[in-house]
Design a protein around this ligand. Sequence first.
Ligand code: SAM
Ligand code: SF4
Length: 485
Amino acid sequence: MAQAVYLQTYGCQMNERDSEEILGMLGAQGYVVVDREEDADVILLNTCSVRAHAEERAFGKMGLMQKLKRERPSLVLGILGCMAKAQREEVFRRLPQVDLVAGPAEIYDLPDLLAGVAERRQRAGFGAGARMLAVDRKVRPLDRRPATDYRAGQVTAFVTIMEGCDKKCAYCIVPTTRGQEVSRPMEEILDEVQQLARAGYRQVTLLGQNVNSYGKRFPDGSGWVGPGRRRALLQLETHAGSADLPSEGLDEPRLVDFPALLRAIDGKTSIERVRFTTSHPFDAHEELFQAMAESRTVCEFLHLPVQSGSDRVLRAMRRGYTAERYLGQIARLRELVPDVALSTDIIVGFPGETEADFEATCNLMARVRYDSAFVFKYSPRPGTEAAGWPDDVPQSVKERRNQAILALQEHISREKLEARVDSEVEVLVEERNRRDQLTGKSRGNTTVVLEGPDALIGELVGVRVRRVTGTTMIGELAGRGASAR
Ligand code: SAM
Ligand code: SF4
């Protein structure tokens, strides 16, 4: 009889996409996906390690699942993803009933790992002797990526363009858990996007921890590797494209970077909307902004996490830019893409953050006037550089700063949304909500609610904004295929 698998995902959009790939692979092996733990033969949690709170939630959930296993010893329990990599054997110590611990670089091994658990059980029974631990790969072998097409949605889809992260932000566990950067070949991404467009998807979101370093390293070892070589290739491209310059060097390797990928998706596929996340400000160049401005399909929206407005804190975080440089990038982007919507991530209470540092962050936010912001209280992650420094901002101060930033952002978001009342926005209708209304997103990534028939799901429509509540626009249908933003 077919094995039933239940999978719960924590954390970022990359984890959501990884979970789709996992379910696709297991589906191809004959597993059926169930949405209740009680009905499952295999329970998997795809976990996050970015903050301690995320880990504790997964430990808590798996703790509950252990009860099911005590009643039904044949149940297989697996912890996957970043927490598996960060905690390794510690997972087995805290959760003795768990059978499988596998990191993000091992997801393509999952069918073999589950087969391994089954095989060991035949020899050693249902206990600890059947456990499998797979956390040692440094790079995800993208060339072993299985051809699966499992997707959670029908209108929008995630497309992973790269794995891992080569940055060394002092607070962040991701480079440890997800390993070294590696990019998917451009042709493969273009094929996937075109297949999605043919299957009726209207929007793709390109995913990577830092999409701006796309192309640095491909699975076959090619790529632009360092910023110097990237600049050299860029120069070569500029010369090759210019009619009055000699065309020697045309057979040289060409620069395959993120702006080139955006332009290729825009020019060579029939997808209608493109989003991407995340952009590290250090690598967000003029060419990215130019490509956004010139690509019709790329939505006028950029998530550009600043983390702090204080140069002192940015330096300690090893972010590689100053507040002034960041503000300069925003100004240039706004020149090229005037109506661009912006969002950010902020960490409050980083080690040594003073009231003056915090004020600098508030000032930066007031100058940029983001459309939305994610605010996090600093959480020391063992193994990161900052975990070796005193976590010296008291919890109560972190909480106060967190609330103050949220209030500031709420005020700005509200003003920006209210300015949209009576205008027309282009909305991709995605689904029906619990209140039986249609919901979708504007090009600027704001949720828009409207009344209308199911036939509009998956359509790009023009919506006249009538009022706003919280972070949502409420509007009415103005027309189909409208070009308003
Ligand atoms: N790669 C992305 C980038 O560089 O912006 C984001 C990666 S991380 C999964 C998402 C956000 O979590 C970060 O932008 C940061 O604000 C936050 N974060 C990461 N580590 C953190 C920590 N130790 N404590 C609090 N927030 C953290
Ligand atoms: Fe973490 Fe920095 Fe890499 Fe983002 S760029 S994943 S914050 S190390």
